[in-house]
Ligand binder design. Sequence first.
Ligand code: ATP
Ligand code: MG
Length: 306
Amino acid sequence: MEKCLFSSPGQAREALAAVGYITDEIAATVVHLAARLNKPILLEGPPGSGKTELAYAIAKATSTGVERLQCFEGINEEKAIGKFDEALQRLAVELRSKSAQIEWELLKQELHGLRFFSAGPLLRALQYPRRCVLLVDELDKVDQAFEAMLLELLSVWQLSIPKLGVIKAETVPFVILTSNEERRIGDPLRRRSFYLRIDHPTPQREARILRMRTPNQSAEFHRGMAGLAKALRGWSLEKPPSISEMLDLAQALEVLGEERITPEMRDILLPLLAKTEADRKKLLLRDGWASLVYDAQQYSAEAIEQ
Ligand SMILES: Nc1ncnc2c1ncn2[C@@H]1O[C@H](COP(=O)(O)OP(=O)(O)OP(=O)(O)O)[C@@H](O)[C@H]1O
Ligand SMILES: [Mg+2]
């Protein structure tokens, strides 16, 4: 039997934390089960919530590699699976044609072998001697035809490539699919996957993430930042801050030598917090910022570790 990646949900959670990814019990359980049952995980959630990072954290925690397919509109199978290296094929033909006898049939066969194929991430993921993580990032950017091709791969763990033949998986990769929900991922893929929603973290979890990135700052600072994140997300902004933006803010404050956010800091911090004109206006409202700082202080109490 193929080696499982994690021994239990608790161990998965600890192993991920050890490589800097702070998750909760539910997500850790999904990761553990997906590893055991060879199920892809479909991750959906707001931008900057840690979807891509989870794939890298799983790979790091299990000392394996990541094959990443970054999706974009108009992506084709060549990009995803690979293509024959025509320059190399031509070179081989030129070299052989110098020798006296050429077995054309044999040469043709050889030219259509794996040695002359430059593999894309999907094919490479099937060729690992030890299970890797296959990250199909931002799957909502591709069209349905591409999704159907992927579905076949995830069902039978093999790829049929014209002229090359059928390539079966050496090991079944641990598949992470991410989506920002710009297009709805089809039901067949959903059925085959475990569905994990990553939403904004609780203040407690966010404070732990912040601590990981700005370890020299105080616990009070991390709680304050986590409280501010929650306050900002409750403000119906056009672009509420994600974890990664809060990390940027925490690092910026560290550079500025500030330990806490005060009502006087509004104008300096606005470029870091408001990413659209509408949000800027909202945060500039009279008393708006002061009440936000007040809310943030209230929420920071929620980040205290039990
Ligand atoms: N649970 C977490 N533990 C530690 N760091 C995290 C966590 N979640 C997010 N981060 C940090 O937040 C940043 C953004 O994460 P990531 O790039 O994975 O977001 P994403 O959901 O893929 O966003 P997008 O939809 O924009 O691609 C990264 O720097 C990551 O390290
Ligand atoms: Mg991402």
